[in-house]
Structures are given as C-alpha cells and as structure tokens.
Design a protein around this ligand. Structure first.
Ligand SMILES: [Zn+2]
Length: 203
C-alpha cells in the first residue's frame, strides 16, 4: 500500500532540494508526479518550487479550502499519477492532510510532504500537527546548529538583524531564518541564560 510521508526539518535544511530530486527520479523513469506548493503567500496561479542550489520546477498551488484529493483523483483519471509531492506542507489544513491520506489509501499513490515542524516560537504549524499525527512515515531532515548539535528549532531575524521574539507566525518580507539547537534557541529567545552564565553545569 502507498504511504503518506512527512519529511520535516527547520529552515534551510535542504528539504526542497530533496523534494525536487525525488520528483526528478520518478520523471526520469517515465513516471508522472504532481507537485503542490503553498499559495498562501504567492500571487498568481503558478507556483514555482525553487531550491537554494538553483533547481526549480513548476508546481500547482494549494490554498485553504482546496480539495487536494479531488484534484489528484481528477488528474489520475485522465493520466496516471505515480507520486504526489507537497512542499511547504506546514501550511496544509488538517482536512487537507486527511485528503492526502486518502490519496495514499484509496488511490494507492504515495504522497511525500516536506515542511517545517515548528514556527519561530517553537509552536507546531497546523499542517505539521496533522501530519505528525497521521502520516505513516516520519523522516527528520537533519541540519546543524552553529555549535554542531542537531538543529531542531528556528529563530527569525527581522530587518534590523535582531531575533524576533513575537509576531505573526509567518512574516512576508526580507526576514532571515536561522536554524538552532533547542538550547541555543532558548538563549536567543531570551528564555534561558547563555552558556557563559551556567558555568557550573558545563559539559
Ligand atoms: Zn547550538
């Protein structure tokens, strides 16, 4: 049976590159893939998925209220779809995650979702919460903090270069995200003293 996968990580972990590579692998073998990307913060009707290393591909956009099962089923009826890819899956609605599960369960097409687990305040996104709950296969895409530990959290730097501690879940603009381990994230968010002040528990 086909599965619903969730590849999750922090920002800048190379998720989109992985997605594009995996889709390419299908297409290279003459198979058809359908790609979706969140349209919430994009204008127009065409969504371009582009990775930091320069790969890019056209994708369909999903927005709140869209029925992803219906869209894939309709395409699949016309011509077979072999795998569905979803980038920015953190923006899916809970119901849309269930639709993706049905694509796997009823159409027998694997669905590969890629997205962020948490926002800059350490809270789950709606799509990530639902995927963590019901996906068949959870895969962490690893990246590292400046200290070399695994980065599981992200901070947002505003235009002034300072770490944002409050604000909207998603900022549109030139904000920069930095992936950190949990310990350094707490320090940057002002929730725990920096290492230097905790000398006695060092190590
Ligand atoms: Zn660290």
């Amino acid at each position: 049976m086909a599965k619903l996968y969730f590849h999750y990580a922090t920002m800048n972990a190379g998720k989109t590159t992985m997605l594009l590579q995996a889709s390419y692998n299908y297409r290279e073998r003459g198979m058809t893939t359908m790609l979706f990307v969140a349209g919430h913060y994009r204008k127009g009707d065409s969504g371009l998925i582009s990775s930091r290393i320069g790969l890019e591909t056209e994708a369909e956009m999903f927005r709140d209220g869209d029925d992803l099962f219906a869209r894939v089923a309709e395409h699949h009826q016309r011509s077979a779809v072999h795998c569905v890819f979803v980038d920015e899956a953190q923006f899916l609605e809970e119901e849309q995650v269930w639709q993706l599960a049905r694509i796997a369960d009823r159409l027998n097409i694997p669905v590969m979702c890629y997205g962020l687990r948490t926002d800059f305040q350490g809270k789950l996104f709606s799509g990530s919460r639902a995927l963590l709950a019901i996906a068949d296969d959870l895969r962490e895409v690893r990246t590292i903090c400046r200290c070399g530990r695994k980065a599981t959290m992200v901070v947002r730097l505003g235009p002034d270069g300072k770490v944002a501690r409050q604000g909207e879940q998603v900022a549109i603009g030139k904000d920069v995200y930095v992936s950190l381990c949990r310990r350094h994230w707490e320090e940057e968010m002002g929730r725990a003293a920096p290492d230097d002040f905790i000398g006695f528990i060092r190590n």
